[in-house]
Design a protein around this ligand. Sequence first.
Ligand code: NAD
Length: 496
Amino acid sequence: MKNVPLYLGGEFVQSQTQDWIDVTNPATNEVIARVPCTTDDEMRRAIDHAGEVFKSWKEVPVSERARVMMRYQGLLKEHHDEIAEILSQETGKTFEDAKGDVWRGIEVVEHAANVPSLMMGETVENVAREIDTYSYIQPLGVCAGITPFNFPAMIPLWMFPLAIACGNTFILKPSEQDPLTPMRLAELFEEAGAPKGVLQVVHGGKDQVDVLLTDPAIKAVSFVGSVPVGRYIYETGTRNMKRVQSFAGAKNHMVVLPDADKQQVINALVGASVGAAGQRCMAISVAVFVGEAQDWIPDVKQALADVRPGAWNDKGASYGPVISPQAKARIENLIGQGEAEGATLLLDGRGCTVTDLPDGNWVGPTLFSGVKPDMAIYKEEVFGPVLACMEVDTLGDAIDLVNNSPYGNGTSLFTNSGGAARRYQHEIEVGQVGINIPIPVPLPFFSFTGWKGSFYGDQHAYGKQAVRFYTETKTITARWFSSDASTETNFSIRMR
Ligand code: NAD
């Protein structure tokens, strides 16, 4: 049994806690490790040490900080498959999907290696006679990140590489459900030459997160997770005078117009709804068929019926188990509620089994039609391999439906009409829009821009917005006196 260490002050150490949480393999429910609930003393050490190291790390030239990221991305690529295998063990993701999780994180590290140009300020010469103004981008201090179970490589890598490249130190509190992948990321970060203590990793749940949210030494908190926790993090962190970016849950609609390419629609819907067992914040959980496009629902059913979950190394499996027995029970309960509330259950994934893995948290592909906005299956984030189909008459009706959703993470339109696409991308109140792309997660030179109830804060993850989030801008206005400079006193605030 592996006891997951803390990463404190640049050392991987055993926690002194008496309070441990089991980490399980979701395909078998075997306990594969135990993760500690970090003690108050250990939390204090992490925060104090991060504060101390910040004093020297912020003085390290930006090009040297960038080189750490370059070496890190090289090491992550070298260890790509090995990290993906660890990730598969603790999340149940198929190996292909686990590799995608790691890869999308590596892309952010590549972006962080561009930090010198990302941290360039602005300059204007002669804002007044012999006066120049220029701005510098400077690090904030100690930053913290709290991450969810569903992307244990990508989401920690959304946070600490860029924050640290900007000159900050960082305390990561990964999900207690899959901490082994983030620990491997930390080991490789040290191997890449990151000075001891720029990154600290603590473990646990609410108690440990509360320390990060309230300790005055922490300047900024990045969170990704569910809606109730996301709201709590934003409210508590901002009340404690911190910068907070809080990425929360979602309900993502794919709108299908009858002029779309039918086969593309079916392929996109199947992959985007049940891929990763539906445990993606950008999964398509609602398909909105406009007009005659609803005639394609039987074809979607046929395609989904051919999909099956399985073990991480089963090449025929399209997705793995859901994360825990509790998650499975919740999903099955929501399927039951959908049926009870009058939606038509076309495919029922309850009671799913996988040969040789009888104890896994399996849920089969599930499809509803006739779903209405007041049903739980529509209102709740199911976070399972469940697709809810809705039928509307016009594109305008589809836009109204999506805009009435409290969430605004992602959406997608399938069409062959440029006019319809332009209208959709303009009118839709969602932060990430795919046109004939089902899961439009932007690459890291853009930012991950969820809206409405899917995001609390203003500066988003990665890209230029994250650099702003993790830094302060200092604006300098300077005059160097020449020998013939005026000696008059200026009693006005106007610069001359
Ligand atoms: P979660 O909210 O249960 O946990 C997220 C993190 O918060 C974990 O580290 C957990 O330990 C901590 N936590 C849990 N309860 C807490 C509490 N009461 N107080 C303080 N901290 C607490 O989320 P999850 O189940 O791990 O992840 C799935 C959720 O994450 C889904 O809702 C999904 O949509 C969302 N998500 C959103 C995005 C996005 O970018 N918007 C990306 C990925 C996942």
